[in-house]
Design a protein around this ligand. Sequence first.
Ligand SMILES: [Zn+2]
Ligand SMILES: [Zn+2]
Length: 890
Amino acid sequence: MAEESKKVDYDFAAHERPLFDAWKEGGYFARSAGRGSFADHPFTIVIPPPNITGVLHMGHALNETIQDTCTRHARMQGRPTRWVLGTDHAGIATQTKVDKKLADEGVSRLQIGREAFIDECWKWRAEYGNTIVTQIKGMGCSCDYDDEHFTLDPDYAHAVRQVFADWYHEGLIYRGKRIVNWCPHCTTAIADDEAEYIPEKGHMWHLRYPLVEPIDGQEYIVVATTRPETMLGDTGVAVSPKDPSKKKFVGAKVMLPLVNREIPIFADFAVDAEFGTGFVKVTPAHDPNDWGMGQRNGLERINIFDETAHVVEGYGKFSGMDRDEARDAVVAAFDELGLLDHIEDHDHSVMTCYRCHTKLEPWESEQWFVAVDELKKPAAAAVESGEIQFHPARWKQVYLDWLANLKDWCISRQLWWGHRIPMYYCDACGWEDACVDEPGVCPKCGAELRQDNDVLDTWFSSQLWPFATQGWTSRDEVSAEIAANYPTQVLSTARDIMGLWVARMVMASEYCTGQIPFEHVIIHPTVMGADGKPMSKSRGNGVDPLRLMRDYGADGMRFGLLMQVTGSQDLKFNEAKLVSSRNFANKIRNAARFVGMNLDGYEPGAPEPTTPADRWIFSRLHRLVAHLDELYVDFEFGEITRELYAFFWNEFCDWYIEFSKSRLTADADPADRAVCQRNLMFVLGQAIRLLHPIMPFVTEEIYQDLPFDREAVPYLIGADWPDAAALARFEDDESERAIDLVCEAISAVRSTRARYRLSPKQALDVVVKASAEDAALLEAQRALVESMGNTASFAVASDAAKPESSAVVLAGGMEVYIVLAGLVDFDAERARLRKEREKLSADEQKLAKKLSNPGFLAKAAPEIVEKDRARHADLAESIERIDAQLAELS
Ligand SMILES: [Zn+2]
Ligand SMILES: [Zn+2]
């Protein structure tokens, strides 16, 4: 591995780019024309639009590989195929980038104003927004680059306004004062599912609130809170109606310290009698639970913070403080007044902004909401009925749970970059409406109108992605693209945007088109670092796909990534798989070179299996295609790569090419040579088709280099996928069994040679004991075994006896005896093996002791322990092998 992982000095991109350009110029990336039995089964896939701020990361690399594999496979099947490409304007992400750029230039967004700022965003997009598309091209992705979309394109924006207006007019969008998760740094609302929870070591402050009238001699009650500063906005104290000890307090009043506000004590079922002291301070404007209690009990909602989480005017010395300063000051003031009862340590989790990691503030503000109850019904039904299928299937329940718990969606964002909410207001007469097109002046009084200042949540526009990119304009008109090619077939995405994006697309599509947006949802594994932890800069375990493409080629990266996909969700990135994928690409290239060098006098023609080896490989080919067809239906990409690898390397290269060599020599029968050439070209031609969806470049290169029929099919990307039904005529169980036996027997001879360090030139006496049936099959292939096994004599029988002094290999249900008498000094060999066994056994015992030491296990890093365990298993296996060999020699 150390040897193999050395960098190769090969400019992959220089070989790949011309092929990519040729495909593009050949028009292969636009929707393909259908042909054959799949002509009426269009295949459409929409890319999860990368943010214009994005650069290719490992998640994209895997996801784009999966999508291109599906797309190329469908195109070769003859389905009218198109992979829709585009990028997302990414509201907060882009605004943050542009803010930073301006800050570096010494100006701020507020100084230059909204219009100039949006101009800056467009400039930024023009300069950097296409980086990721260029990188996707480098991977060889066969997207429709001539019809690229952007979520702020004029037609796309029109669709967004149309949906907003429709939902508004049907009462599915409403405005309301709600507690939202507010980021005081980004000064915008953040959706529930965009918030991140982080653990915090905090405190629980116990504060005394004096009762206006003492009750049974009690002068004050005690409330417990993790956020004492919010007491400035308290408008009530709640107790549980299930707590009899609190009954006498209900209806009484406390005098809120510091602000001298009289507030009531009331009972509400939302109170947990076990929490703290049983008295709960209620701050309706700064806590979602309190907001609900406030609604039910008619409490005033007092907002004590401005949009940057500083205390507003009217609170004396506290006004102008930020929330942390206010907390210290409030606690100090309680302490001074003798009202600080005590403080406890308290660990809890806090919500932070996913963008800037500032603690979010539950903050009451006026926002726009989507009422989701009606929209989510068809979205749940489509998945429950199986109309939409998840791969792996367990994501179905995750999706349904997410929908079941979905609350009304806050869609307004206090940003400038994005789709400005198409609500227009007349300050003169109070008229207001949602308008798809700019209404000009007030239709009622002719006064000037004011448009809403906020923009829509980015997910509001990306939920329209599957149909807004395909010509959708309104529910009353059906675009040609949608009529012919909707719903799409596959959506491949990461699990973390399952709710944010996948479910919302289903809701929006059901409403806007009356159809599901896609039939299959692939939730691909998350690519973790080699240490099994999420890739991150701070951990230093990240991997750059651009570097991988330079070192292994796009093909090597694609194949190596898919090789690592298994049913389990996380993918622990293993670069060794890319090394073996690059070696595999080389193997493919070398096999093609061998075929190419042996085509003297080649005449194209139909393949014709004339030898058992031909019949075997043709039959294996049929079996492979039929299996791959099944695997593609289930999107089993890892298994697809393993099947391809095993066929091409172990069967085609290791055996079929070897079997063919004697038929290609100058003194071989010319007629048979011609047959052999055609058969090699046929199997290679089918194999590169099967490999093409995953390794597009090396396969196309071979197709262009060898004498394939480029008049009929100029590029492999446009070639037919091998047809399992047509290949079924080559099915031949008997030849498969016969050649399997040949391969097993030869391998047994070869491995014995290696075990006893005998020269390949040393001819050996070989005896095989097999069932009568197998013996007959093998006997018929005697010539192959003799020539490729280099045997001095070869005998096969069902009653064969083990010759004196012979090695024995159990293989494929046979016993293969290789005579070693006169070739191996049995005494010396035994002595050598015993010595080796002693050494290994000492190592094994030392390691076993270490691994049973609890001190070592407790202290050592898990990867060290794992490594030692693997080494221990290796040693034990080697010892077993030596024992078997010693038994053989006794
Ligand atoms: Zn933020
Ligand atoms: Zn008006």
